[in-house]
Design a protein around this ligand. Structure first.
Ligand SMILES: [Mg+2]
Ligand SMILES: [Zn+2]
Length: 183
């Protein structure tokens, strides 16, 4: 049986522009290379989104707003024949000390168990140190994107001693390197 692999994606700052707690459809803006990149590797990996949405916990927008916005993204991807298996979200704020906020590995373990995914053959792509720590906690390889908040937190990543497998500033280039490494 072939290994089932996943690419686990942070959403804001990786797939779409991170406009700080955005939830309005008119603000949704895909980042360059995302559609093309996902298309290139969709035969090889299952795709998942795992996103921290503390804007819900802070009362900036509702769970319903989140789903409307996220469904819009999913439908754009579907139009391009790209399937996201599932979006996992943490609606809490840090102070809630929940078990689902990245870097807690709850969702990554759920993905591995429910989809029978081999995590060490999989990747987590994110633009925040907590995304990289999340991937590491799950035993994945990681890509740190200096697209969204990535640039701002680069020092933070170093200070915490969190080491991503790859660092990229363009989604398509990240995917091309993943492909090279995995084929
Ligand atoms: Mg992000
Ligand atoms: Zn949570």
């Amino acid at each position: 049986m072939s290994t089932r692999k996943a690419i686990i994606l942070d959403r804001d700052g990786v797939l779409i522009e991170d406009k700080n707690y955005s939830y309005k459809i008119e603000d949704l803006e895909l980042l360059p290379g995302v559609i093309e990149g996902l298309k290139q590797i969709q035969e090889m990996y299952f795709f998942f989104i795992v996103t921290n949405q503390s804007g819900i916990g802070k009362g900036y927008y509702t769970l319903e707003d989140f789903h409307k916005y996220n469904n819009h993204l999913i439908s754009i991807l579907e139009e391009n024949h790209i399937k996201i298996e599932k979006t996992f979200l943490c609606p809490h704020i840090k102070e809630d000390k929940c078990d689902c906020r990245k870097p807690n590995p709850k969702f990554i373990i759920e993905i591995a168990n429910q989809w029978n995914i081999d995590l060490k053959s999989s990747w987590m792509i994110g633009d925040h140190p907590s995304d990289i720590q999340f991937g590491i906690n799950g035993g994945c390889r990681t890509v740190y994107m200096i697209t969204g908040h990535g640039k701002k937190h680069l020092q933070d990543l170093e200070d915490k001693g969190i080491i991503p497998t790859l660092v990229h500033s363009n989604f398509l280039e990240a995917v091309e390197e993943i492909r090279r490494l995995d084929t």
